[in-house]
Design a protein around this ligand. Structure first.
Ligand code: GCO
Length: 391
C-alpha cells in the first residue's frame, strides 16, 4: 500500500452552512426544527457561529496542515425571496473564499447541502419540477459572484439522502412518507444537478464540478443479490450515473446497511459496535464505496466525506486509519482517487440528532464557541502535511 500519495492529493475537512454557521432561519430546516412534533432533538440555533468565526477556523485548519476546505453556501441567505438576490450575502461568501486563499486553503464550494429556502420549500420544494430552474438560477448567480475564487464545486450534497430522509423516512423536511413523491424528487434532483453543472461550468473560473453521493457497504442474505442490486441502484447507482456528466464524483461513506431478502433494513449485526448515529462501526465502507463509484461513474473520485461521530478520539483515529487503508488499496489498484475530506472540522449540528454526535476534529464549547483541537486533528493534519497514509 503506498505510504505517500500522488502529488496534488487533496487533504481537507468538510462542513455545511446550516450545521456550522448559526442563525440560518430562512430555510426549510429551521422551520422543521421548530415544527409542532418535530423529530429534531434540538434546534440548530447559533450552531458554531462560523458565519462570523470563519477566519479563525480557516487559520486553525491551515495550521493543522490541511490544504482544502469543503463548505456550503446557503441558498436562503443568497436568495431570501424568489428572484431577490442579496449582494451582501454573496460578498460574505466571497470574503470566505478570499480568506481560504489567504491561508493557502483550496475552497470547495457545495451549492446545496440539505437546506432549501422557505419560499421554495413552501411551493412544493424538491417535489415541484420548478425547483430545477429555481436552483439553476441560484447557481448561475452564485457562480458569477464566486466562480473565479472557487477551487472545486459540488452541485448537490447527497441528493439520495435529501429524498429518502425527506420523502420516505421523514426525519428530514418535509417529513413525508410517500413513494410516488420520493421518485419525483429523485428525478428533480438529478435534473437539477445536470442543469447546475452546466451553469456553474459556464461561469467564471475553471473549477471542476461534481455531484456528492451518499454511499456505503451493504449486506444481504445469501441468494438476495437481485434485491441488493435493485436497492443499490435506487439509492446509489442512479445518482452515480447522473454524476457521469461531471468532472468528478464525491464519495461520502461512513458505514454499512444490512437488508433482509425483501430489501427491508435489518439494523446492526449482533456483536458489531453501534455508534451514536445508530449505525455500525464499519470503516470498510469507504473502500467498497470508492470501488463502486468508479465502476458506475467511471470518473475520478474525491472522498468528500468520511468520518465518525464518537466521543472516543482514539476510536476516531482507529476508524480513519482503517478507512484510509481501504483508500490506499484502491490507489494500489490504480483507481483515480484524488482527495480525502474528513467530516467534520467541527463538532456541529447533526441534523435531527442535534449536537449529540461528535464528528469534529475540533470540539466546540456550545456556551462560548471556543474551539478545542482534539489529538485526532493533530494526527490527521500531520498525514495531510506529509501527504502520506498512516502506517
Ligand atoms: C451527510 C451529510 C452531513 C452529515 C455527515 C454525518 O452525509 O449526512 O453530508 O451533513 O452531517 O454525513 O452524518
Amino acid at each position: 500500500m503506498p505510504t505517500t500519495l500522488p502529488d496534488g492529493f487533496l487533504w481537507g475537512t468538510a462542513t455545511a452552512a446550516h450545521q456550522v454557521e448559526g442563525g440560518n432561519w430562512n430555510n426549510d430546516w429551521w422551520a422543521f426544527e421548530h415544527r409542532e412534533g418535530t423529530p429534531c432533538a434540538e434546534p440548530s440555533a447559533d450552531a458554531c457561529d462560523q458565519y462570523h468565526l470563519y477566519r479563525d477556523d480557516l487559520a486553525l485548519l491551515a495550521g493543522l496542515g490541511f490544504g482544502a476546505y469543503r463548505f456550503s453556501v446557503e441558498w436562503s441567505r443568497i436568495e431570501p425571496e424568489e428572484g431577490e438576490f442579496s449582494a451582501a450575502a454573496l460578498d460574505h461568501y466571497r470574503r470566505v473564499l478570499a480568506a481560504c486563499h489567504e491561508h493557502g486553503i483550496l475552497p470547495v464550494v457545495t451549492y446545496h447541502h440539505f437546506t432549501t429556502p422557505r419560499w421554495a420549500a413552501e411551493d412544493g420544494g424538491w417535489a415541484n419540477p420548478a425547483i430545477v430552474d429555481r436552483f439553476a438560477r441560484f447557481c448561475a448567480r452564485t457562480a458569477a459572484a464566486l466562480g473565479d475564487l472557487t477551487g472545486m464545486a459540488c452541485t448537490i450534497n447527497e441528493p439520495n439522502v435529501v429524498s429518502i430522509m425527506g420523502y420516505l423516512i421523514g426525519m428530514f423536511p418535509p417529513g413525508e412518507n410517500d413513494l410516488g413523491r420520493y421518485a419525483t424528487v429523485n428525478a428533480n434532483l438529478i435534473a437539477a444537478h445536470a442543469k447546475a453543472f452546466g451553469v456553474i461550468k459556464a461561469g467564471p473560473g475553471d473549477a471542476p464540478v461534481g455531484l456528492c453521493v451518499a454511499m456505503g457497504d451493504w449486506w444481504v442474505p445469501e441468494g438476495s443479490d437481485e434485491v441488493l442490486a435493485d436497492v443499490r441502484h435506487m439509492h446509489e447507482g442512479q445518482f452515480l450515473e447522473a454524476a457521469r456528466d461531471g468532472d468528478f464524483v464525491g464519495v461520502q461513506a461512513y458505514s454499512r446497511t444490512r437488508l433482509d431478502g425483501q430489501g427491508m433494513p435489518l439494523g446492526p449485526e449482533e456483536g458489531i459496535e453501534v455508534l451514536d448515529m445508530g449505525y455500525e462501526y464499519w470503516p470498510q465502507a469507504l473502500e467498497v464505496s470508492i470501488r463502486h463509484a468508479v465502476e458506475v461513474s467511471r470518473l475520478p473520485v474525491y472522498v468528500t466525506e468520511n468520518g465518525i461521530g464518537t466521543t472516543d478520539d482514539d476510536q476516531r483515529i482507529r476508524y480513519v486509519t482503517d478507512a484510509l487503508g481501504g483508500l490506499g488499496r484502491c490507489l494500489d489498484d490504480g483507481l483515480d482517487v484524488r482527495g480525502y475530506f474528513y467530516w467534520s472540522l467541527l463538532d456541529n449540528f447533526e441534523w435531527a440528532l442535534g449536537y449529540m454526535p461528535r464528528f469534529g476534529l475540533v470540539a466546540v464549547d456550545r456556551a462560548t464557541q471556543r474551539r478545542a483541537v482534539k489529538p485526532s486533528a493533530t494526527w490527521l493534519g500531520e498525514l495531510a502535511r506529509t501527504n502520506r497514509l498512516p502506517a
